[in-house]
Ligand binder design. Sequence first.
Ligand SMILES: N[C@@H](CCC(=O)N[C@@H](CS)C(=O)NCC(=O)O)C(=O)O
Length: 224
Amino acid sequence: MITVHHLNNSRSQRVLWLLEELGLPYQVVRYQRDARTMLAPPELKAVHPLGKSPVIVDGDCTVAESGAIVEYLMDHYDQGRLRPPGRTPEKRRWTYFLHYAEGSMMPPLLMKLIFDRVETAPAPFFVKPIARGIAQKVKGNYILPQIRQHLDYLEGELGRHEWFAGDAFSAADIQMSFPLEAAASRGGLDAAAYPKLAAFLERIHARPAYQRALEQGGPYELLR
Ligand SMILES: N[C@@H](CCC(=O)N[C@@H](CS)C(=O)NCC(=O)O)C(=O)O
């Protein structure tokens, strides 16, 4: 049986969701983030040297990195349901968004999280205004425009197709869920500015498999 090493409030939520969509049996080993640093506990390093989540173990295979996990599950268990076949435009879009989610969209969202913390972190009174000023400048000049550029682009993509790979729901939508949920919670994705992206989030949150995955994963603060 597949084991999911699941960290609370993390990308591994989408692996639980994918397993639910595929209807596969699996077990969950839960880990809690450190309340102060938000890092994973050291026990996760026994599963994979980076100590990050998600990681799955299937028999003698240990697979880390969300995109690699999605591909592994498609190769072994999908039977053509959540990955378009062959050399089609849908398959190319599927592969693109599988990589884009972590490779292009997550970096500015992560930078936003870090600089939000720099802005509010406790510091001696004479350092605080300097740290806050630098954080606000980096966010205003670079991070927020970058995030907006991604959201504008994705809003346009969902204007052309209902789902990221095309007309059918696929694992690319599952991979894209995490950056979009992060953007909705801290990156300026709101329904007034981005109606198609907001509707996408509503559609995925209503899926029964998504709901079952939430029950497996426990509280998920990126949901609003
Ligand atoms: N690109 C990796 C990122 C993995 C990652 O950074 N996971 C976060 C959770 S969302 C984590 O484990 N953070 C805790 C830590 O770094 O200690 C993936 O998609 O799997």
